[in-house]
Ligand binder design. Structure first.
Ligand SMILES: O=C(O)[C@H](O)COP(=O)(O)O
Length: 232
């Protein structure tokens, strides 16, 4: 039996302020740090020991990883960071207040931008200083890989090749992996793992800082998936 644990980062400062975040590199709020520590304590109570850890190149997920591993006393666990596990890029909505944007464009339109499978938000201008082409952490990537906006489908299309080429082989060689990432990179992965339809994925929400466990056969068939904390 293999185990894969998916963990959405703890509450970020922009989750707290209700702002669209995407590729903006905001940190955890105090509550987010507490959630990450509590996630590690819960995993420790259930004797999880991670053979490998995957996270994004965004500090809210990286710090969640560090705090969770600290609470587990497993800071020695190998960690791989990859941009393909980043949050979906929120395009021109990045930084805007979610409630104000719903007032301006209507809550139906905002729901489509946030939760539809294939409709991306309006793109960020290529001249915007927040565009990933100006960010040194992406300097080694092909320009056509750098998004100015992403739908969940676009996100899935960059997460899947990474899952297949890097994480699956590691899962074949090891028993227990942690993927510490973001609401929408994890929704993409869950859509694949649970074979969720394009329609049904629109209502899937992932809480911050709650370990989601996948038990897998040796051939990686999903046996069951569940939140570790009762009542989540
Ligand atoms: O990027 C963000 O704003 C959040 O992390 C996820 O946002 P969502 O709930 O609108 O998908």
């Amino acid at each position: 039996m293999k185990r894969l644990v998916l963990l959405r980062h703890g509450q970020s400062s922009w989750n707290l302020e209700n702002r669209f975040t995407g590729w903006q590199d905001v940190d955890l709020s105090d509550q987010g740090r507490e959630e990450a520590y509590a996630a590690g304590q819960l995993l420790a109570q259930h004797d999880f020991r991670f053979d490998w850890v995957y996270t994004s190149v965004q500090k809210r997920a990286i710090r969640t990883t560090w705090i969770t591993l600290d609470a587990l006393d497993q800071m020695w666990a190998p960690i791989t960071n990859d941009w393909r596990l980043n949050e979906r890029h929120y395009g021109a909505l990045t930084g805007l207040d979610k409630a104000e944007t719903a007032q301006k464009y209507g809550s139906e339109q905002v729901h489509v931008w946030r939760r539809s499978y294939a409709t991306p938000p309006p793109p960020m201008s290529g001249d915007d200083p927040r565009h990933p082409r100006f960010d040194p952490r992406y300097a080694g990537l092909r320009p056509e890989w750098l998004p100015a906006t992403e739908s969940l489908k676009d996100t899935l299309e960059r997460v899947m090749p990474y899952w297949k080429s890097k994480i699956i082989p590691r899962l074949h060689d090891n028993n227990t992996l942690l993927i510490s990432a973001h609401g929408n990179s994890l929704r993409a992965l869950i859509k694949h793992l649970n074979a969720i339809s394009d329609e049904a994925i629109t209502s899937l929400e992932i809480p911050t800082g709650e370990p989601l466990i996948y038990e897998l056969e040796d051939d990686l068939t999903v046996v069951q998936s569940y939140y570790l904390r009762e009542g989540v």
